[in-house]
Ligand binder design. Structure first.
Ligand code: ADP
Ligand code: MG
Length: 237
């Protein structure tokens, strides 16, 4: 209604899609566990950023999302926090190997930053995070993945290499994040992204974040997301 529309406007948020969940005002509104609330407090995050206010309830409801917001807007926590909830919600019987959450990022620096952020929230839950990207020993990464993990943060090229080496399978992967999708396309990773997506079960939850939405990224989004909600923050291309 009007109140929700006004609140979105105050956050500089625009949404489109079917049956869009209403934005939250606080982290308490998200229904996070005591454990996760503690981890959030530890980061001194007092309240969710604009993108988080709208993206958190969407992703927590299990919906696919296209999130368009500029750098520094807090997109990482918008996909990491619901990923922790998603993983903790898995039944005990899901004991296969391989990550439940897979995050693709364009560069090793970005993958590393996401890894650090994911570790902050997963440590207290006993969730294991691995980061794989170029410029580091493939053999070491192979061994780390073989040891098992619930979350993998990766650059597309290195993830493909490790999949070919059978360092991991994505059989139990049900949560896929494509972060900075426009930059991944700029760097020529479209074929790798398509290959990765093709190896993940279609009933996954898919999240795509980007600062801009060029036509090629739009096309990919249409192909790989199911009934997504689109959230745009501020004035972005
Ligand atoms: P983006 O991916 O949109 O560029 P990041 O996820 O890297 O943005 O977040 C930018 C900075 O804001 C990081 O230092 C992060 O720790 C911080 N941050 C994220 N969410 C919050 C929040 N709710 N409150 C305060 N700081 C936050
Ligand atoms: Mg980011």
């Amino acid at each position: 209604e009007q109140e929700v529309a006004d609140y979105r406007k105050s956050l500089a948020i625009r949404v489109s899609g079917f049956d869009v969940p209403r934005p939250v005002k606080t982290f308490e509104d998200c229904g996070f566990s005591v454990e996760l609330m503690k981890a959030i407090s530890k980061q001194a995050y007092e309240k969710p950023t604009s993108i988080q206010c709208q993206a958190l309830p969407i992703v927590l409801s299990g919906r696919d999302i296209i999130g368009i917001a500029k750098t520094g807007s807090g997109k990482t926590a918008a996909f990491v926090l619901p990923m922790i909830v998603h993983i903790m919600d898995q039944p005990e019987v899901v004991k296969e190997e391989g990550p439940i959450g897979v995050i693709c990022a364009p560069t090793r620096e970005l993958a590393h930053q996401i890894y650090i952020e994911a570790k902050k929230f997963s440590k207290s839950h006993g969730i294991r995070v691995s980061a794989v990207y170029g410029g580091m020993s493939k053999l070491d990464q192979f061994k780390e993945l073989k040891a098992g993990c619930e979350i993998v943060v990766a650059t597309p090229g290195r993830l493909i290499d490790l999949l070919k080496m059978k360092a991991l399978t994505m059989q139990r992967t049900t949560y896929l994040v494509l972060d900075e999708a426009d930059r991944m396309f700029d760097l020529g990773f479209e074929p790798q992204i398509r290959s990765i997506v093709g190896q993940i079960r279609p009933d996954r939850q898919t999240l795509l974040f980007s600062a801009t939405m060029p036509r090629k990224v739009e096309k990919l989004a249409r192909e790989i997301l199911s009934d997504p909600v689109r959230v745009t923050v501020g004035e972005v291309g």
